[in-house]
Design a protein around this ligand. Structure first.
Ligand code: UDP
Length: 336
């Protein structure tokens, strides 16, 4: 019998890729998603990739009775909790919506897990908890900074809530750097609603002619070419990190009930390097102009990956050009 894994937010960008990776690793994913920032078409893409439609339940993680019923019926071994809002700007405008969904949703999930005797969870955290990092590359032990947005606060609170519940709850807390790309088949990928906030969907939509020009937010930072540095990671690598974390929970090979890992490549790239890399990966030009700085942007951040490699046994395999080529192939498919 395959171990069942509940994936909240399993039709979202990272969730859908993780569902596929779980299947490939011999698990049976069960998806919960309220479709607030995802589409049912992701389920069709998943079906094409894994050969069957996985169990999908459409409800909000704040719906405790629905959650309880699903857990009691399916008896999963662990939960991967993606379901959360993720737009920094929106969180400033609608903080309560963020606290209700991201913090309230986690609390509800944990309450139901505790009641039903389910103890293992993988949590989606973010390198945003480091703020402008006190050291680079960023280690898991690098001090976290006060959050600069309600979104960032919800990730920090999520970590605290899970740590406080360590007496009964085992957590693999994954701090993602910048997930980009798409499945190489172009069957699943990112589906941003409206005008994208993030660099890669804006870039690919610009090249596809949906947007006029990409604005590079500032070129006067203290970096080699003046643009900000991020650690971009292929979403399939990130999905595979979740599989490693689930295995660690199921095998009970963790050393502590609450463990945290940086999930990045360990390499930083500037915005201009991303543009150049996209152009050499695809042979296409990226129309772009230099604009002003974006409020709240961290100047440079990339991951120290020694801990995740040594302890979790996971390492990113796909390079920046592969990420950008896969992101472009997905955009081409979307634009058809
Ligand atoms: N960025 C940019 N133009 C855009 C969107 C983003 O120059 O239209 C830059 C942004 O300033 C940052 C990097 O691209 O340096 C990554 O931004 P993104 O929003 O994708 O991720 P995050 O800010 O969360 O790291």
């Amino acid at each position: 019998m395959k171990s069942k894994i509940i994936v909240t937010g399993g039709l979202g960008f990272i969730g859908s890729h993780t569902v596929v990776a779980l299947h490939e690793a011999g698990f049976e994913p069960i998806i919960i998603d309220n479709l607030s920032n995802s589409q049912l078409s992701a389920l069709d893409g998943i079906e094409k990739l894994i050969g069957y439609k996985p169990q999908f339940a459409q409800f909000d993680v704040n719906d405790a009775p629905a959650l309880r019923q699903l857990i009691e019926e399916s008896k999963p071994h662990a939960v991967i909790h993606f379901a959360a809002f993720k737009a920094v700007g929106e969180s400033v405008e609608k903080p309560l919506m963020y606290y209700r969904n991201n913090v309230g949703g986690l609390v509800t999930l944990l309450e139901v897990m505790k009641e039903t005797g389910l103890t293992d969870i993988v949590f989606s955290s973010s390198c945003t908890v480091y703020g402008e990092p006190a050291e680079i590359p960023v280690k898991e032990s690098t001090i976290t900074k006060p959050a600069e947005s309600p979104y960032g606060a919800t990730k920090q609170m999520g970590e605290v809530i899970l740590k406080d519940n360590a007496p009964w709850c085992n957590t693999q807390c994954l701090r993602y750097f910048n997930p980009i790309g798409a499945h190489p088949s172009a069957e699943i990928g990112e589906l941003p609603l409206g005008v994208p906030n993030n660099l890669i969907p804006y870039l690919t939509q610009t090249v596809a002619g949906i947007r006029e020009s990409l604005t590079v937010f500032g070129n006067d930072y203290d970096t080699p070419d003046g643009t900000c540095i991020r650690d971009y990671i292929h979403v399939v690598d990130l999905a595979e990190a979740h599989v490693s974390a689930v295995k660690r929970l199921i095998d009970k090979s963790y050393q502590n009930a609450f463990e945290v890992f940086n999930i990045g490549t360990g390499n930083g790239s500037t915005v201009l390097e991303v543009i150049n890399s996209f152009e050499s990966a695809t042979g296409l030009k990226v129309p772009h102009t230099i604009g002003g700085r974006r409020a709240g942007d961290v100047v440079k951040v990339w991951a120290e990956t020694t801990k995740v490699e040594n302890v979790l046994g996971w390492k990113a395999k796909r390079n920046l050009e592969t990420m950008l080529r896969d992101a472009w192939n997905w955009q081409v498919k979307l634009s058809k």
